[in-house]
Design a binder for this molecule. Structure first.
Ligand SMILES: Cc1cc2nc3c(=O)[nH]c(=O)nc-3n(C[C@H](O)[C@H](O)[C@H](O)COP(=O)(O)OP(=O)(O)OC[C@H]3O[C@@H](n4cnc5c(N)ncnc54)[C@H](O)[C@@H]3O)c2cc1C
Length: 322
């Protein structure tokens, strides 16, 4: 028996959320007295594969099939399920990322497994196997007990953090047969919307709302984000009005994020917005209206005009960096 973890990569480099998934799998494996096998799919070199040992993987399965260089949900799910069978793994862990959301249910069906998506804590493994997860677009938590023999857990990014557990990982090539019926929809090309930090993976997000009045005022949001190494986001009306691209829209109908720090500037904090950001670790709200609902969920609040407050924060950060 072992715990299998699928580790996402982009352009040959593992994502931080992938290392987090390995750290999480290692903690589960320790509770179950077993070891972690990681699986990497795509073109990743051996030195990068070896880094998975730093987070507790004792074996890494490397699927270098060129047909699988870019993600194909059906084929990836089949390969991961095959790996789980080969390694006799009855717990499969992956990140609840955009790709993970497509893969986890497919893997669960193939393994006849119970599925928990959006896990936020380690499973309780005393007798039962119960996992805490977010529910109702992040407005509540649910504890799900899995009674099936096989289990698939998709971990919310930033919920557990990366934890180093130095282990010597052996690397093994794994070449399961890929059915042509699993390759009917292929990703031909990936065109990046931006070369900046990707929003779902960002540890810090600076977000702007209608309080910023217009697209011409986003310079200060971008400057603050650059200084913090953050991604930028926005509320729905802002992207609806084309002030910002739809790829930045967060909330119930946009991307759900859980960064370590979310800075909301001129955003009221409507329930649909909070649905996508409330699991951020620390929330800072800048709003000129002290009654803005966002302050109720803020860890730090600044009541003030964004056009005065944000330039002061930028100046202070520049000072600090100098
Ligand atoms: C089905 C449905 C789904 C939705 N999905 C989403 C979603 O996914 N994401 C989302 O964001 N919204 C969503 N909405 C819309 C949501 O209900 C709100 O209308 C929206 O979030 C409000 O955006 P906002 O806070 O930017 O704008 P407003 O509500 O207009 O708030 C602007 C805020 O800026 C403050 N402000 C104004 N001037 C300044 C200044 N100079 N300095 C500082 N603060 C200032 C104001 O006090 C105010 O609080 C959805 C709505 C529905 C019905």
């Amino acid at each position: 028996m072992s715990v299998l973890v699928y580790v996402e990569q982009a352009e040959g480099k593992f994502k931080k959320s992938g290392y987090e998934a390995v750290s999480y799998a290692f903690a589960i494996a320790q509770n179950l007295n077993t070891n972690v096998v990681a699986i990497s799919i795509g073109n990743v070199d051996s030195s990068e594969l070896a880094t998975l040992g730093n987070y507790g993987a004792s074996k890494v399965l490397n699927v270098g099939n060129p047909q699988l260089e870019k993600i194909v949900n059906q084929a990836y799910a089949a390969v991961i399920a095959e790996a789980a069978k080969k390694e006799n793994a009855n717990v499969v862990v992956l990140s609840n990322s955009f790709s993970g959301k497509g893969l986890a249910p497919r893997i669960a069906v193939k393994l006849n497994a119970g599925l928990v998506d959006g896990a936020v804590e380690l499973p309780q493994t005393n007798g039962e196997f119960s996992v805490k997860k977010t529910a109702f677009s992040g407005k509540a938590f649910a504890v799900t007990t899995l009674s099936s023999e096989n289990k698939v857990i998709a971990l919310n990014p930033n919920a557990f953090g990366t934890k180093e557990n130095a282990t010597n990982a052996s690397i093994e090539d794994f070449s399961p047969e890929v059915k042509s019926s699993d390759l009917t929809a292929m990703v031909k090309e990936i065109i990046r919307a931006t070369d900046k930090v990707s929003l779902p993976d960002a540890e810090i997000v600076v977000s702007g709302g209608r309080g910023l009045k217009g697209p011409e005022n986003w310079g200060m949001v971008e400057e603050l984000a650059d200084l913090l190494g953050a991604a930028t986001a926005c509320s729905k009306p802002v992207s609806d009005a084309d002030w910002r691209p739809h790829s930045e829209h967060v909330g119930q109908t946009g991307i759900a994020i859980s960064p370590n720090l979310y800075i909301a500037i001129g955003i009221s904090g409507a329930i649909q917005h909070l649905a996508g950001v409330s699991s951020s670790k620390v929330i800072v709200v800048i709003n000129k209206d002290p009654e803005a609902p966002f302050f109720k969920v803020a860890d730090y609040g600044i009541v003030g005009d964004a056009f005065e407050v944000v330039p002061k924060i930028i100046a202070a950060l520049k000072n600090h960096k100098a």
